[in-house]
Design a protein. Structure first.
Length: 696
């Protein structure tokens, strides 16, 4: 049967522009004012979550202006010594590439392996160098603004999170379990742990049950397809334009499967539209918005064709997202109080260049100040042991009256952050709505999404939307896979130039390196307001990497035995980097380097101390400004040098060289947080806007 929604969509496919409605839905969302009753999170009265399928952050947004994408100036290096973009392929490599195709956003790009085993193979204990062998060359394919203009328009109009990760190094179902329950039964409760697309039926607690108990209204918006029961695969149908693609993962829990008509779990999770009998996919949602009966918390689940799961086209999903946004903005009174979160359950097999934070799998692979209980999978038949997550970065678009303006937010989040945002809004002192399934490690490392908003002064600015008049879809047939083949002559993708306004972050991280009797030590110190994960890599191509988690207000240290040369790099949140290179076989001096942040002004103090018995020459250069500082340090001498970072909006990249050791070079890079909003990293995509003082 051809449904009304399907007929309308196919009519659009035959028109000159599928995207002609897209700017209108975004424009209306921009124009409508936000609720400003209290100037706090209390002004949010509705949270709507749409989790789409299987796209990595770089795959969609690696070329977007002002995010940590393909123009990242500080990517990790692989064991080969090459930057992370150069993924090994036998004796050669594959770089990220845009497939050679017209209207790429409407191509049926092939689905890739995204199971637990191949994903851990790609991750390779954090070495991150097996993407092509485990996923295929198509894993390096990406899209651009001209391919997915609606997605880019949403990012330009609202807020994009460029450090949002899926929760698990694996496929759809377990990632959705994290979003709806906080974990995958990691402790063996209720039939867990679940690491693959297994739908055997489970019994651990879910977050909607906690909402129900607290009297917080909630609902799943979906289409019933051929039936939301086991016989109908819980909404999975042969007709890709109806049903829920099996993506309402609550239906894999016994308490929902056994729920009877009239009960809360049945009525709120096992009902929906039935467009096979007429109407549209959005009738119930539109009706609830129009009648001011939109629940406090909602989840929207799309039919297969609109999920963006390969091989379904990205822009079929764009059409669906635009319809949901159109429904939510149809009643200005409701939209003024609504947060709409658009994210993706996992990355499919598509590459993302940022090594995700993870709990150290063993004592030889790092340390943590917070318990890593329930974060390491012990292994099973056919499935290797390893950390559950975090997984690769995936897109998160925060669409609301309090997130307008084309912002980037770079705090680390994952799917459990959605639960925590709901808890922050609707929990109370007497009923905090805290999800006990979320592990202590995950709570320390991942934020609760509040930093993506400014509730004190809703942004009223508008943006220039992309021209979508030439967006012409293909015919109405389901197509075979489009094979994404790397070009014969490879080159790194070009990221859009320019800055993006950036939200203030809760980070204040330190990593100081020093030598002592044949060992090189690194002190990891967190003086910020949020926990963080430090990722340490060795330049020797053989040892490591290591992972160190440090809670807010805590510190830890570790050492490496060094007889001669050393080369260690420390990566942290929001472009944080410390590099330590030198040779301890015949040191001339013992040079110690630390720093102090000037949070008031966004500047930095560099502290140099010669603890050795000989003079040493020291030179420091800030690569952002070209400013240099040079001095000879006598034994025991201490020097502090002030670096004014106003011209680079608080971003710094200081390279310290010295004759204290052979090959001595230490590097300090990152951003000084002031508690105020600022701008994205000017070094991304080689943006040259230095010397202009920040206005934020």
């Amino acid at each position: 049967m051809t449904t009304t929604d399907r007929r309308n969509f196919l009519r659009l496919l035959g028109s000159t522009s599928l995207a002609s409605m897209f700017p209108a839905s975004i424009a209306r969302a921009l124009e409508l004012p936000g609720n400003h009753r209290t100037g706090t999170i209390e002004d949010v009265e509705h949270i709507v979550v749409l989790m789409q399928e299987n796209r990595s952050f770089d795959h969609y947004f690696g070329t977007l202006r002002g995010v940590r994408g393909y123009g990242d100036p500080r990517p990790v290096n692989l064991p080969s010594g090459k930057p992370v973009w150069y993924q090994p392929d036998g004796g050669s490599y594959v770089l990220p590439f845009r497939p050679n195709a017209d209207k790429l956003g409407l191509q049926f790009v092939e689905d890739l392996a995204h199971d637990w085993t191949t994903t851990h193979q790609a991750w390779n204990q954090g070495k991150y160098d097996q993407w092509v062998p485990s996923k295929g060359a198509a894993s390096m394919a990406h899209l651009t603004r001209k391919d997915i203009p609606f997605h880019y328009a949403l990012a330009d109009a609202f807020t994009i999170c460029d450090a949002y990760h899926c929760s698990l190094l694996g496929p759809t179902d377990p990632n959705r379990y994290y979003m709806w329950t906080g974990y995958v039964g990691n402790d063996g409760t209720g039939g867990g742990p679940v690491i693959d697309n297994a739908e055997a039926g489970y019994g651990w607690s879910t977050y909607p049950e906690a909402l129900e108990k607290a009297g917080i209204s909630w609902k799943i918006y979906q289409d019933a397809g051929t039936g939301l029961d086991a016989a109908g695969f819980w909404g999975w149908t042969d007709d890709a334009y109806i049903g829920n693609y099996g993506d309402n993962s609550l239906l894999y829990f016994h308490q929902y499967q056994n729920a009877q008509p009239g009960s809360a779990l049945y009525e709120k999770a096992r009902t929906g539209t039935n467009i096979s009998a007429g109407g549209t996919l959005f009738d119930i949602l539109r009706s609830d918005v129009a009648n001011n009966t939109l629940p406090k918390v909602s989840w929207v689940v799309a039919p297969e064709a609109y999920t963006e799961h390969p091989n379904w086209p990205a822009n079929y999903g764009a059409w669906y997202v635009s319809q949901v946004l159109d429904a939510l903005t149809s009643n200005p009174e409701v939209w003024a109080k609504t947060v709409f979160l658009v994210t993706y359950d996992e990355n499919d097999g598509f590459f993302d260049h940022v090594v995700p934070p993870y709990a150290p799998p063993s004592a030889t692979q790092g340390k943590s100040t917070v318990a890593t209980t329930n974060e390491i999978f012990a292994g099973s038949s056919g499935n290797p042991a390893g950390p559950y997550g975090l997984g690769a970065r995936v897109p998160m678009l925060v669409v609301s009256p309090w997130s307008k303006g084309g912002w980037v937010n770079s705090q680390v989040f994952d799917h459990t952050s959605i639960i925590r945002f709901i808890s922050e809004r609707f929990g109370t002192v007497k009923a905090p709505l805290t999800e006990p399934n979320i592990s202590p490690w995950r709570r320390a490392v991942c934020g609760d999404l509040r930093s993506a908003f400014d509730f004190t002064k809703p942004d009223s600015r508008s943006v220039t939307l992309p021209d979508t008049s030439s967006f012409a879809p293909p015919d109405q047939l389901r197509h075979p896979d489009f094979d994404a083949v790397p070009p014969a002559h490879q080159a790194l993708p070009e990221q859009e130039g320019g800055l993006r306004p950036a939200r203030a972050l809760p980070y204040e991280l330190h990593a100081a390196g020093w030598s002592d009797q044949g060992s090189f030590w690194i002190d990891f110190v967190n003086t910020g307001l949020a926990g963080a994960c430090f990722h340490v890599r060795s330049g020797d191509g053989a040892s490591g990497p290591w992972s160190y988690t440090v809670e807010a207000g805590k510190s830890l240290a570790d050492s490496w035995a060094v007889a001669g040369a050393y080369d260690l790099s420390v990566y942290g949140a929001n472009g944080f980097l410390r590099q330590f290179k030198g040779d301890l076989s015949a040191p001339r001096a013992d040079l110690r380097i630390t720093n102090r942040y000037d949070r008031l002004r966004g500047n930095l103090e560099l502290i140099l101390v010669n603890r050795g018995g000989a003079h040493c020459q020291v030179t420091v250069e800030n690569t952002y400004s070209g400013e240099k500082f040079s001095q000879v340090l006598a034994p025991g001498q201490r020097v502090e040098h002030h670096w004014n970072l106003q011209g680079s909006f608080g971003w710094y990249d200081l390279v310290v060289t010295s004759n204290a050791e052979s090959g001595f070079q230490h590097r300090l890079a990152g951003h000084v947080e002031t508690g105020r909003d600022g701008f994205s990293d000017p070094a991304i995509a080689n943006t040259q806007l230095l010397g202009v003082e920040a206005a934020a």
